[in-house]
Design a protein around this ligand. Structure first.
Ligand code: ZN
Length: 267
């Protein structure tokens, strides 16, 4: 069994997690830049975070035969102060040449504020200027549907091909619009909040297995770095074929990420 976890915050996880993931068949991860569980006090804090994502973390993953890739940005949760956010965004271009950087992400909205939208648009422009792929964070709960639509409108106003954009954290009420507009969709699996492995499999049964992936989003909070292999087992239990299981947990991520020209992982 081989799989890719295309959205997991390994900087918050232990080395033991890498070992368990490798034992479960993980061959590659991609790690979007995000909130660390606390607000950074300076742009320099992000500079060191970007260094960690592009230099230290790939080497930690490599010890277990796992390829590590990353996405850079200022996350929407810390993007409500435009002056501060712009200072962080100005640091990103110098990191884009690192071999493990796949694009800009996870950008998006948190509380759907005006300032968040301004910084989202500026980071979409950054991706456009540097010809980068985009990974998108969508808001939680009652803000999700509205926020997802605002984000998709901002992306559609750019020249970036929707096939090079993945909208993550989709749920039952947002997945079809995301797919209908030509974007890729990601499901974030959590033990009890957001989408559980069972709900993710329900969604695949309802909306199909094209242009969709699932990830654990393992981070500093309650989360499960083995959520993807658990969802694979749930699919198997329900009688899905190995072909479909591999499609959503291995080949789809490989196809989407392969567009970056940097994700050279044999799936
Ligand atoms: Zn995330």
């Amino acid at each position: 069994m081989r799989y890719i976890d295309p959205h997991i915050h390994m900087v918050s996880r232990t080395t033991d997690d890498y070992q368990r993931m490798a034992q479960a068949g993980c061959i590659a991860v991609t790690e979007p830049a995000f909130w660390a569980g606390f607000d950074r006090s300076s742009a320099q804090g992000f500079y060191d975070y970007f260094r960690q994502l592009t230099d230290y973390e790939p080497r930690r993953a490599a010890q277990f035969g796992i390829r590590h890739f990353t996405w850079l940005c200022i996350n929407p949760k810390e993007a409500d102060d435009p002056g501060f956010a712009r200072e962080v965004v100005s640091l990103i271009p110098e990191f884009l040449d690192h071999g493990n950087v796949l694009g800009i992400g996870e950008i998006g909205l948190n509380k759907n504020t005006r300032n968040e939208l301004i910084i989202l648009e500026e980071q979409i422009a950054l991706a456009e200027k540097h010809n980068q792929m985009v990974l998108v964070h969508t808001p939680h709960l009652e803000d999700k549907l509205k926020g997802t639509r605002i984000i998709m409108d901002a992306l559609s106003a750019s020249s970036i091909d929707p096939e090079k954009i993945l909208i993550d954290h989709v749920e039952e009420h947002t997945v079809s619009e995301v797919l209908d507009r030509g974007f890729w969709a990601g499901m974030t699996l959590y033990p009890d909040t957001k989408v559980t492995p069972q709900r993710a499999v329900d969604i695949i049964e309802m909306y199909g297995s094209e242009r969709i992936w699932m990830n654990s989003a393992g981070d500093w909070g309650c989360s499960d770095p083995l959520a993807v292999p658990k969802a694979r087992l749930e699919m198997k239990r329900r009688g899905h074929s190995d072909e479909i299981i591999d499609r959503v947990t291995l080949h789809n991520p490989g196809t989407f990420l392969g567009q970056s020209g940097r994700f050279h992982v044999d799936t």
